[in-house]
Design a protein around this ligand. Structure first.
Ligand code: RUB
Length: 268
């Protein structure tokens, strides 16, 4: 494939969510930028996903640093996160997660490879079903997974109708802001129920996702929700949601397992 074609293909894949998740988007954007390292490429890439501060951070860094140096950060950061999650998970834990987060999935796979036995409850994550991707990746590594429709998350988190008690919630993040985090829509409801059920909520994320700026919530195509819907029905499709820091027990980044306040003081 020639460079121009490859560049456009990456843009297209980010735009139509073939490439998903904050880390994968940042890495793909980096690859595209280095094909044509210009201001105009940067502008095009930034425009693709408004709820992704790590995308902007990586593109700013790319103006003065090599691709290898930036990619090295992701590797080191993920390794540190993996070890922290490994220490936190106990045998027989039931871990709940939502959507598909590379930071979360990699850490769970690492923990399983180090022979801890735990299982995962996850939600399918309508409308694009990223939960299926999570379930497939975990299952492939020998982790027991139980999938719930999104609207059954209260049951999944409340030990009802034969479900087990969830011991920990792990959520990824797109943005880490002063007052809380932004992650896939549904995340705040999960965090609220977890709090009322006294289940700890851990955010698992690369600290490069932090932002001091206002982070807008991306609204996605309406036909993802209902293709060819009757014209007089209004549809909304917010892709992400803010989760207040009061629901977050700890945030796990390459900086350690910290309270949200401590984390913010460190990175700001
Ligand atoms: C993905 C999502 C993920 C975060 C973190 O949403 O909300 O939890 O992006 O992912 P979408 P990662 O599928 O709509 O992009 O840990 O991979 O950075």
């Amino acid at each position: 494939m020639n460079k121009k074609k490859e560049f456009n293909q990456i843009l297209k894949n980010i735009k139509n969510i073939k490439i998903q998740g904050a880390k994968n988007i940042a890495k793909a954007a980096l690859k595209a930028y280095f094909l044509f390292p210009t201001k105009s490429s940067k502008k095009k890439l930034l425009y693709l996903r408004p709820t992704e501060p790590m995308l902007e951070r990586v593109l700013n860094l790319a103006e003065k640093n090599s691709k290898e140096k930036i990619l090295e950060h992701f590797k080191i950061s993920q390794n540190k996160i993996n070890n922290l999650v490994y220490k936190l998970i106990k045998n027989k834990d039931v871990v709940f997660t939502h959507c598909h987060s590379t930071n979360v999935v990699n850490a769970l796979v690492y923990t399983r490879k180090k022979r801890k036995k735990f299982e995962v409850y996850n939600t399918e994550t309508r409308p694009l079903f990223q939960g299926r991707k999570t379930a497939k990746e975990l299952k492939k590594e020998g982790i027991k997974v139980t999938m719930f429709v999104d609207s059954a998350l209260g049951i999944a988190l409340s030990k009802e109708l034969g479900t087990k008690k969830v011991s920990k919630v792990f959520l990824g993040a797109d943005a880490l802001t002063k007052k809380g985090i932004i992650n896939k829509v549904g995340s705040e409801v999960i965090a609220k129920i977890a709090k009322s059920e006294k289940i700890p909520v851990f955010i698992v994320a690369d600290s490069w996702k932090f932002s001091r700026k206002f982070v807008p919530i991306e609204q996605r195509k309406l036909n993802e929700v209902w293709d060819k819907a009757p014209k007089n029905i209004k549809i909304r499709n917010p892709a992400f949601e803010f989760v207040d820091k009061k629901y977050i027990t700890k945030i796990i980044t390459e900086q350690g397992v910290l309270s949200y306040e401590k984390f913010w003081r460190k990175v700001k």
